[in-house]
Write a protein that binds this ligand. Structure first.
Ligand code: ADP
Ligand code: MG
Length: 712
């Protein structure tokens, strides 16, 4: 007994000393970062300038340190918060967890994060990491973003559509807030006389303190970027000052392939093992385009490791991509035991958003998956593109952060010179419906005149306006409908406008419960999982859920079967065991348990939204015709009808379309179907009700659709 007690004491002491040494290491690491040496000059610049652009290489400590500097400089007095936006969810989560640890607090307290469908903040949160899209949504409830004293728009060089829109919106808010301050208090201008002094407690005291009690603080804007071109941002913000943080960059030796490679995934796999077997110690970072590619290389790499001689099996494979659960994402930061090399398989989130330490080798196949939009067809898709030169340089730079490194580009050298200089901003190649609805709800009346950093193509704006008019969200002159709350309601639901409209329509069709499940399941990546070696077995299982009434009902069947399973087991199992047995159930039924979990999360979040909005959570029971009517009324923009020659044409654009082979309708060939992505439902019975013979088939007025359905 005594011995045991002693052991326990020793292990508690061990734990304590481990904690102390971890804290010390964290503090040392923080001090060693390039931004640490410029803290006070940087804070002086923030005080002097309303808008500041900070440029610094990846890994210099911008994202993790600068919000902490601002906190220490007094920018969170009076309960104000510092908001830091990220284009990627992964970055918001991992960085918030890291900064919470550096501050010695639980994430969700002083440091928190908020991303779509996950809010880990509290009233005490002062440094809040979030996605740029989330801040735009927050603005719907707080148009002056009055709880923030500073907003940092991080990774601005990524030029995601939300970043671009946010910049335009923040520019407006900043003007309004300083106008309100000048109007009501024509006193000293804190931007020019703001002097930074250290107080008794060693923390900075800023002149912000003098502004206590005022209604609106001036808003400080900080735009951060890893790329060197600050000019565009500076000009946009009226010649805003750019502050450069000198990063460390060691030389990186670049090698190219001699010939074009036919299969870059295979080439990447070979290169991983060449490095592992021939090069000195150091971790490897390989850039791939998406989850599927990463998963298949992960499996192949693990199999190959098993075939190596025992002494060479010291290689661990770690994936990172946005759909990975966040505990697993954090694995990339865990140091490997001595003598073990790690290879990280990442999407371009590891390009600049997430800084992974220890990388000495980079493998760059030269591709990236990105959104494209065809305004003529009104269709958006994810396509694999060659990277730009700027991206290739960013990627290779990742090998030289801690010492000299090597980058293996999986293409011949002449290809590099043919790459575009920089990536086209997303706003020029995506569907703008969501953004336009958001802007309209934020009070921007004429989106074609909005002060964008770079304006999107007018044709894309018009196409999206047309879609929103057809969905009944805005009036013909592009304003949010005052007489009808539908546009406001749609803007508040964090989903694509088509899905938001579907939920609102469903509440009128008595099938909100069914539609809520449908949009949750449609919002996640592949629900069904068909491993190559078990195709037949998987197909047979899928049939158990299949509904002749289409894929949407099939998805509902899967969701409800899972919920039934959970309800049955709920009484006998603990929460942890319950999730484990659900994973087993998913495996047996060839369902992707991660996607299902994600769908359940989305379901509970959206359910909260619709309940708050007062929509009745009703169900149509077995009346599937009612649900199909609702599908037709919701997805009428994506309806296709069979032509005499047996092909299908999209109802509004006239484009030839096909039913996806994975759809339950693939063999049935209905006369008319509708849906979204590759999930389709036969709509001939119900859709026929609303197609009047004289009406042009080019545009279908949404009002007519709903009228058509209410008159049974
Ligand atoms: P920047 O924004 O300039 O690219 P960051 O502030 O993200 O730099 O990162 C600074 C340092 O902190 C890097 O060395 C990075 O490896 C480390 N770091 C960041 N996030 C984590 C994390 N979650 N776990 C461990 N180290 C991290
Ligand atoms: Mg960063």
């Amino acid at each position: 007994m005594e011995r045991q007690g002693l052991d326990a004491k020793v292990s508690t002491n061990d734990c304590k000393s481990e904690n102390v040494s971890r804290k010390r290491k964290l503090a040392e690491h923080r001090k060693s970062l390039p931004v640490a040496s410029v803290e006070s000059s940087l804070m002086q610049e923030v005080l002097r300038n309303d808008t500041l652009i900070i440029v610094g290489e990846t890994g210099s400590g911008k994202t993790t340190q600068i919000p902490q500097f601002l906190f220490n400089a007094g920018f969170c007095r009076d309960g104000k918060a510092i908001g830091v936006t990220q284009p990627r969810r992964v970055a918001a989560v991992t960085v918030a967890k890291r900064v919470a640890e550096e501050c010695g607090v639980e994430v969700g307290q002083k440091v928190g994060y908020s991303i779509r469908f996950e809010d880990v903040t509290s009233s005490s949160t002062r440094i809040k990491y979030m996605t740029d899209g989330l801040l735009l949504r927050e603005a719907l409830l707080d148009p002056y973003l009055s709880r923030y004293s500073v907003i940092i728009v991080d990774e601005a060089h990524e030029r995601t559509v939300n970043t671009d829109v946010l910049l335009g919106f923040l520019k407006k808010v900043q003007k309004t807030r300083s106008r309100s301050l000048n109007d009501s208090f024509n006193t000293e201008n804190m931007n020019t006389n703001g002097k930074l002094e250290k107080g008794n407690n060693g923390k900075y005291v800023s002149s912000l303190r003098q502004h206590r009690g005022r209604k609106l603080h001036p808003l400080k804007l900080i735009i951060m970027s890893a790329s060197l071109d600050a000019r565009l941002f500076s000009e946009y913000f009226g010649g805003a000052k750019a502050f450069r943080v000198q990063g460390r960059q060691y030389p990186v030796a670049i090698s190219y392939t001699r010939k074009h490679v036919l299969d870059y995934t295979e080439a990447t796999l070979i290169t991983i093992f060449q490095i592992h077997l021939e090069e000195s110690p150091g971790d490897i970072l390989a850039f791939l385009t998406g989850q599927d590619e990463i998963e298949s290389i992960e499996t192949l790499a693990k199999e190959t490791i098993q075939k190596l001689p025992e002494s060479k099996r010291n290689l661990v494979v770690i994936p990172i991509y946005s759909a990975l659960p966040s505990e697993q994402q954090l694995r990339v930061f865990a140091p490997t035991p001595p003598g073990v090399r790690k290879v990280i398989l990442a999407t371009n989130i590891a390009e600049t958003s997430v800084t992974i330490p220890g990388i000495k080798y980079v493998i760059d196949p030269g591709f990236v998956k990105a959104r494209t939009y065809d305004p003529n067809k009104g269709m958006e898709s994810l396509i694999v593109f060659p990277t730009s030169k700027a991206q290739a340089l960013q990627r290779s730079g990742r090998a030289g952060r801690e010492g000299p490194g090597k980058c293996f580009r999986q293409y011949p050298e002449d290809m590099f010179y043919k790459l575009e200089d920089s990536t086209k901003p997303e706003i020029k190649r995506c569907n703008l419906s969501n953004v336009i609805l958001q802007l309209t709800a934020l009070g921007v009346d004429n989106v074609t005149e909005f002060d964008f950093l770079e304006a999107p193509p007018r044709q894309a704006i018009f196409k999206s306006l047309e879609q929103l008019i057809l969905l009944g969200a805005i009036t013909n002159d592009g304003k949010l409908k005052l007489s009808d709350p539908v546009g406001h309601q749609m803007a508040r639901i964090p989903l694509d406008p088509i899905y938001s409209k579907a939920l609102i329509v469903a509440s009128q069709f008595n099938c909100l419960e069914e539609m809520l499940i449908t949009v949750s399941m449609l919002s996640v990546e592949s629900i069904f999982y068909h491993p190559r070696e078990k195709q037949e077995e998987a197909r047979a299982k899928m049939k158990c859920f299949s509904s002749p009434e289409g894929d949407h009902l099939t998805l509902i069947n899967v969701y409800r079967s899972a919920v039934d399973f959970l309800n049955k087991k709920k009484l006998e199992l603990s929460k942890e065991k319950l999730e484990k047995s659900l994973r087993k159930w998913c495996k047996e039924n060839f369902i992707n348990s991660r996607s299902l979990r994600h769908a359940r999360d989305i379901h509970s979040q959206i359910r909260r939204h619709v309940e708050q909005m007062g929509l009745p959570l009703n169900s149509c029971g077995d009346d599937m015709l009612q649900f199909c009517r609702c599908l037709a009324g919701s997805f009428f923009l994506n309806v296709a009808t069979k032509q005499p020659d047996g092909t299908y044409r999209d109802f509004s654009s006239g484009e030839v379309v096909q039913i996806h082979p994975s759809s339950v309708l693939f063999r049935k060939k209905p006369d008319c179907f509708g849906g979204i992505q590759h999930w389709t439902a036969p709509l001939q019975k119900v859709f026929g009700e609303v197609i009047s013979t004289e009406r042009s088939t080019k545009f279908l007025d949404s009002a007519t659709v709903s009228e058509g359905y209410t008159v049974d």
